[in-house]
Design a protein around this ligand. Structure first.
Ligand SMILES: N[C@@H](CCC(=O)N[C@@H](CS)C(=O)NCC(=O)O)C(=O)O
Length: 224
């Protein structure tokens, strides 16, 4: 067997997307659970620069950064391709992936942690970003077309993680009437058994976000 290991954290959407890719390609792997409050020597050895999860170890060679890991997995294991075949479509998928991580995800997180003045504006900005994804999925089953692809895995944090952010942040970003296509995509994506089986429990995410948001807010309050 080709030795494949994932250093990860079960509540991390960046790590879950890597597990989804490996599962969709039927690649067997060992999962090394990382305690991010007390980083292990193995994480520091294999990702000494960023010290973040996920890290994919393939035959003892490390690859960091989840988007790059997805590309690597797609190049090494050819079955069930994740990225589109046409170079232009590939470039577009990469654009949306970067936009989703840098703007939609970060914008939603900022809105989640904000309190009081300024929160409404952050909610509007996050919804503006989500609106671009709504247009992108309109008329399609998956971002990847008829099958789950690279971009579906990248925006795969929306159905579960965003739902939890909405609860913890006491806000609603994806109203069904404003985002009908994205809403439908969330259902179709989570109905896939491979996706559902490797997603963390909602309860574990609520606990994780509650603790993280409380901690971040207390740090920010102590700076004021
Ligand atoms: N851009 C990175 C983000 C990874 C990331 O932020 N991982 C978090 C867990 S969700 C982490 O390892 N945090 C530990 C730290 O920042 O010290 C990716 O796509 O892999």
């Amino acid at each position: 067997m080709e030795e494949v290991k994932v250093i990860g954290s079960r509540t991390s959407g960046f790590c879950t997307r890597v597990e989804w890719a490996l599962k969709l390609k039927s690649v067997e792997y060992e999962y090394l659970v990382e305690d991010l409050t007390n980083k292990s020597p193995i994480l520091l050895k294999y990702n000494p620069i960023l010290k973040k999860v996920p890290v994919l170890l393939h035959l003892d060679k490390p690859i960091a950064e989840s988007l790059l890991i997805l590309e690597y997995i797609d190049e090494v294991w050819k079955e069930n391709p994740l990225l589109p075949q046409h170079p232009y479509e590939r470039a577009k998928a990469r654009f949306w992936a970067k936009f989703s991580d840098e703007k939609v995800l970060m914008g939603s997180f900022e809105a989640c942690k904000a309190q009081g003045e300024g929160k409404e504006k952050l909610i509007e900005t996050a919804q503006e970003y989500l609106g671009f994804l709504e247009k992108e999925i309109e008329g399609k089953k998956f971002f990847g077309g008829e099958r789950i692809g690279y971009l579906d895995l990248v925006v795969g944090w929306i159905p579960l993680w965003l739902d939890v952010m909405e609860e913890i942040g006491e806000m609603k970003l994806i109203q069904v009437d404003k985002f009908p296509c994205l809403h439908q995509w969330c259902k179709t994506f989570m109905d896939n058994p491979v996706i559902a089986e490797s997603a963390p429990s909602r309860k574990s995410l609520v606990e994780y976000f509650n603790a993280s948001i409380t901690y971040i807010r207390s740090l920010e309050a102590s700076k004021e």
